[in-house]
Design a protein around this ligand. Structure first.
Ligand code: TRP
Ligand code: SF4
Length: 324
């Protein structure tokens, strides 16, 4: 298969709108032109805050449920769990031997988190996070890797690791090309980037009333203190949502009404929640059709398909190293 793409997502909680806008929506549309290889990155999730085994099991299945609800179609995509394909761990270890430590110490996600979290978190696997990601990608020889912008340093490193491996052992691994999602970053409820660690997310499978409650909690233009103050929509996260989910006409109306103080934030948010609920409707409808049995079947089939593809690369890798 020549048109393969690879991407992964960590099981750290319910999938949220930021994941959807930043990556998953792109995966869904790429299904018509490419063969996506998509996985639940549970090994990567071990580098974050520790989860109880039962929580890990639950978040993994929840993520598959969310992905299927979003329109990932197991007949067109290979959807599996990273730890079900031991080749990810195996190639990670082998690639770690061609990855200089200073390369890893320079990766922004590592530097930021190390400084934020302190020594206790600074473990070996955390430093090696991008090497595992390189293994995830290089195993499947994708033509592209659809990710959010924040992942670009990881892809650059993946290419460097591939180059170094190939330089030493011969041309086995393909340097992947990034396919960045161009949608603007959707702010979270507090106006910062939407992220699980900020607890400012809207789950993609939130119910109508959950969406209403969450949107009510959103921060607005900080300079619009009273209803009679004129607002600046460009400074308001609620307006950023209108731009994504409301019609262009509704957007114009809201922007004008906000600037002239002829709409209050409460009414504006009610409209915003309604638009978001309309947008999420097809996802909710699909979610009703996903059962526990579906999840079992998808993971079982994905495991077989992914192991098959991965073993092809591992055979070649082991050959050039001299392991077989
Ligand atoms: N690091 C990615 C993220 O946090 C998840 C991920 C793991 C990934 N392995 C990958 C993405 C391989 C693309 C390809 O979003
Ligand atoms: Fe934001 Fe809407 Fe309030 Fe304007 S009216 S500040 S866009 S919530």
């Amino acid at each position: 298969m020549t048109n393969r793409i690879v991407s992964g997502i960590q099981p750290t909680g319910r999938m949220h709108l930021g994941n959807w806008m930043g990556a998953v929506s792109n995966w869904v549309s790429l299904q018509s032109t490419h063969q996506p290889v998509l996985f639940v990155a549970n090994l990567h999730a071990l580098t974050g805050a520790p989860q109880l085994a039962e929580d890990m099991r639950y978040t993994t299945r929840q993520l598959v449920y969310d992905l299927l609800s979003c329109g990932i179609d197991p007949n067109r995509s290979i959807l599996f769990c990273q730890s079900d394909v031991p080749a990810h761990s195996e190639l990670h270890l082998i690639l770690s031997m061609v990855t200089p430590i200073p390369w890893l110490e320079r990766v922004p996600s590592y530097k930021d988190k190390r400084d934020a979290l302190g020594e206790e978190w600074n473990h070996y696997g955390f430093l090696g996070y991008p090497v595992l990601q390189a293994a995830d990608i290089l195993l499947y020889h994708p033509t592209g890797v659809p990710v959010g912008k924040d992942q670009l340093p990881h892809l650059e490193l993946t290419r460097e690791i591939a180059r170094r491996f190939n330089h030493r052992y011969g041309p086995i691994l393909c340097e992947p090309v990034d396919m960045v999602t161009e949608t603007p970053v959707l702010p979270g409820l507090d106006g910062r980037k939407m992220s699980k660690s900020y607890q400012n997310t809207i789950p993609i499978t939130a119910t109508q009333s959950e969406v209403e409650t969450l949107v009510k909690r959103m921060v607005t233009d900080p300079n619009r203190v009273r209803k009679t103050d004129c607002g600046t929509p460009e400074q308001c996260p609620v307006f950023a949502y209108h731009q994504q989910f409301s019609t262009p006409e509704a957007c114009q109306d809201v922007a004008h009404a906000c600037r002239t103080a002829s709409i209050g934030c409460v009414a504006c948010k009610t409209q915003c929640a309604a638009a978001l609920n309309r947008y999420l409707h097809p996802i909710r409808e699909r979610a009703h059709t996903v059962t526990n049995q579906t999840i079992d079947e998808v993971l079982a089939a994905g495991r077989i398909q992914a192991n098959q593809l991965a073993s092809y690369t591992m055979d070649k890798v082991k050959q050039v190293i001299g392991f077989s």
